[in-house]
Design a protein around this ligand. Structure first.
Ligand code: PLP
Length: 356
């Protein structure tokens, strides 16, 4: 791919942050972005240029009919000064599955990876080095055609922006509280729950606001049909340690195919933990918390990697898991995954992709 480059003059580059450990999520952006356009003739015009506002028609498809999909990834700096990505081929594949679902044109995997690598090499100075910090990457595709008729856009924009981020857990690896929504659901059968698309998030904001107003950090989503079976936690996949096994809801069409989820499931047997992918009802979760067989709950996703759960509010009562303490398995998965991601634990699976 022949990427055109328009670079910011050296003296106009933004100053780096003073303390990467204090960076909040997704508020600071690097100097440059990647972008590429699609029209009837395919993807064209790949370019790297200064980070800048988009100019779009107010009638652009994305503003009205929400043709939008995205990815969330992190670039890490190893002690050997390498730039590392974690299973980016999986992100490329998932982006294409999301694009298909939203009736949008796919992006060849090698093109996607090349765009990421070229932008990262240019923006290397923005990758913070402290453990827990990283350069968050947000590849995004939007429908840009100015047409109010309901149909797929004929024109698209693919862009990648980068945002240096501090550690997700600023006050230590502490458990969060969940609120079970019995009114709202995140995704229905046959819907777009499996696609990483903005509309899923828009639909989840009201329930999340209710949860945070009640003092809980995230929503525990149940299935849309019966409001019974556990699906996800906030924008993370969910895991239970139940009867000494790792239990997680099976991918049924409404659950996002998390790459962290997939990695946890692949690591578990190696760490001596049997895996069960199946439906799990909220009543079972509550009963087994009280029977003592359910010893840990945690969420898994790129942003936090692993997020332990200490409390679940269901039908007006709080249920405490593991004395509201982070459990040993959450700890173990967090240490193993982050160790691999930063190049500090041997990468037996070939998950680490070296940009340079
Ligand atoms: C992105 C996302 C996840 C986590 O996926 P990862 O690939 O592990 O980051 C889980 N659930 C939802 C709804 C998501 O959007």
């Amino acid at each position: 791919m022949n990427i055109s480059r328009e670079l910011t003059a050296k003296e106009k580059l933004k100053p780096l942050f003073d303390d990467p450990l204090k960076l909040s999520f997704g508020r600071n952006f690097t100097d440059h972005m990647f972008s590429m356009n699609y029209s009837g003739s395919g993807w064209h015009n790949p370019s790297i240029k200064p980070f800048q506002p988009l100019v779009l028609s107010p009638a652009a498809n994305v503003f009205h009919y929400s043709q939008e999909v995205f990815e969330g990834q992190k670039a890490y700096k190893s002690k050997k000064n390498e730039i590392l990505l974690f299973r980016p081929q999986e992100n490329a594949r998932r982006l294409n599955r999301s694009l298909q679902r939203l009736c949008m044109p796919e992006i060849p995997e090698e093109l996607f990876l090349e765009a990421e690598c070229e932008l990262l090499k240019l923006e290397e100075r923005w990758i913070p080095t402290q453990m827990g910090t990283s350069l968050y990457m947000r590849p995004t595709v939007i429908g840009t055609e100015a047409a109010l008729g309901v149909k797929p856009s004929n024109e698209y924009l693919f862009y990648i922006i980068l945002s240096p981020v501090g550690p997700y857990f600023k006050e230590g690896f502490n458990p969060i509280g969940l609120w079970v929504s019995d009114t709202y659901s995140r995704a229905g059968s046959g819907g777009t729950g499996e696609a990483k698309t903005g509309g899923n998030y828009a639909g989840s904001l009201l329930a999340t606001r209710e949860a945070t107003q009640k003092g809980y950090s995230q929503v525990l989503w149940l299935d849309a049909g019966e409001h019974r079976f556990v699906e996800e936690v906030g924008a993370m996949n969910i895991f239970f340690i139940l009867d000494g096994k790792l239990v997680t809801p099976a991918l049924d069409g409404t659950i996002l195919h998390g790459i962290t989820r997939k990695s946890v499931l692949e690591l578990a047997p190696e760490l001596g933990l049997a895996v069960e992918e199946r439906r799990i009802a909220i009543e079972e979760v509550i009963d087994e918390i009280h029977s003592g067989k359910l010893t840990e709950i945690f969420g898994a996703g790129t942003a936090a990697v692993i997020s332990p759960v200490g409390k679940i509010a269901f039908q007006g009562r709080d249920h405490i898991i593991n004395g509201n303490q982070t459990g040993p398995w959450a700890q173990k998965f967090f240490a193993t995954l982050t160790g691999i991601q930063y190049g500090e634990i041997e990468d037996k699976h070939g998950w680490v992709f070296k940009v340079k």
